[in-house]
Write a protein that binds this ligand. Structure first.
Ligand SMILES: NC(=O)c1ccc[n+]([C@@H]2O[C@H](COP(=O)([O-])OP(=O)(O)OC[C@H]3O[C@@H](n4cnc5c(N)ncnc54)[C@H](O)[C@@H]3O)[C@@H](O)[C@H]2O)c1
Ligand SMILES: [Zn+2]
Ligand SMILES: [Zn+2]
Length: 345
């Protein structure tokens, strides 16, 4: 089968690989029909993710058809259409029993990281019963590809942790696919103000189209002042950090209102300053989270009932043969205006 292989920092290739085989009784083999590329795949290619070794098939998102199941798999049969979760969960360990699947002792984020992933014709899914989701008849599979990772990430780490409420004021720092997915799912709760902040005017235009009530270009270095002006000097009840650099975390500290919440989503590679000399008296909450994907079944229902349209995040489509072009387009988002790219196997 064809698969996209990580060959060490800066290097990747589309190569021929043997088909994956069932390794444990709880495994399933899924034939991938559609997959996509995540910002985290770009982090891996930069060499930022030491757990991912050279030779690994990348990808932790996708939809497909069950090809084979191990003898202990009871929830799925060959031929079933399934959504792959970016997080694998055994359902039995201490963390899984409290719905913290991201920290499953034999799962978590392993796909396309410590085991081979979804950017291939076939993938082996461990703990298949509790790591796959059945695709409802008639569902739009392209739209559901967005539910493997970015929608639950934005919703769980950003919107839920950020305690977005009716009438509240929310700032989303970073209008990439995750920030935009937070913008879409924050609207479940009818916040009064939704301020999108980015350096890229194209993404800010998209954010407006997705429901931002105001946008701020942070390039001038005065984003905090602009947000304070927009909020009559009060700041925001929820500041969602969806970039992953020190400057944007500090921006969240600068704009959070008394009693507010900073919900960090971004993957940080270096330390960021925590200004406790100002924040100690402000009654704020800071949250961090690795996506658990516990809300995926709920999000699936909102897509089915058309309350949520994740297809709006898809800008480009490629065949698996052209996945290197897909990486190039996704990697140069500022000039190509790409958000999410679909790769059809
Ligand atoms: N916590 C989790 O479980 C989890 C899961 C998946 C992804 N992530 C992380 O979420 C983050 C966002 O993902 P994405 O795919 O949307 O990334 P992305 O790189 O596509 O988007 C980031 C956006 O931030 C903007 N930006 C960069 N510097 C900025 C600054 N100084 N001020 C304002 N905006 C700035 C960029 O223009 C871009 O639009 C990444 O760090 C990613 O690794 C976290
Ligand atoms: Zn991802
Ligand atoms: Zn577990």
């Amino acid at each position: 089968m064809k698969a996209l292989i990580y060959l060490g920092p800066g290097k990747k290739e589309l190569e021929e690989r043997p088909m994956p085989a069932i390794a444990a009784a709880t495994d399933a083999i899924v034939r991938i029909t559609k997959t996509t590329i995540c910002g985290t795949d770009l982090h891996i290619l930069k060499g930022d993710v030491p757990t991912c070794a050279a030779g690994r098939i990348l990808g932790h998102e996708g939809v497909g058809t069950v090809e084979k199941t191990g003898p202990s798999v009871t929830a799925f049969r060959p031929g079933d259409r399934v959504l792959v979760s970016c997080i694998s969960a055994c359902g039995k360990c201490e963390y899984c029993r409290c719905a913290m699947y991201s920290h499953c002792t034999t799962g978590g984020w392993i796909l396309g990281n410590t085991i081979d992933g979804t950017q291939a014709e076939y993938v082996r899914i461990p703990h298949a019963d509790t790591s796959l989701h059945r695709i409802p008849a008639g569902a739009d599979e392209e739209a559901l590809t967005m539910l493997s990772d970015i929608l639950p990430t934005a919703f769980e780490c950003g919107v839920l942790n950020g305690k977005v409420q009716p009438g509240s004021t929310v700032a989303i720092v970073g209008a990439g696919p995750i920030g935009l997915a937070a913008l879409l799912t924050a609207q479940f709760y009818s916040p009064a103000e939704l301020i999108a902040i980015d350096l890229d005017d194209n993404r800010l235009d998209v954010a407006r189209g997705f429901g931002a009530t105001a946008v701020v270009n942070a390039a001038g270095g005065n984003a905090a002042d602009q947000v304070m002006k927009l909020t009559d000097g009060r700041g925001v009840d929820t500041a969602i950090e969806a970039v992953g650099v020190p400057a944007t975390f500090v921006l969240c500290e600068d704009i959070v209102a008394p009693g507010g919440t900073i919900a960090n989503v971004g993957v940080h590679g270096v330390k960021a300053d925590l200004h406790l000399e100002r924040l100690w008296s402000q009654n704020i909450t800071i949250t961090t989270r690795l996506v658990d994907t516990v809300t995926t079944p709920m999000l699936l229902k909102t897509v089915q009932s058309r309350k949520l349209d994740p297809k709006r995040l898809i800008t480009n489509r490629f065949k698996l043969d052209r996945i290197l072009d897909a990486y190039d387009t996704f990697g140069r988002a500022a000039s190509t205006q790409a958000l999410k790219v679909i790769i059809e196997a």
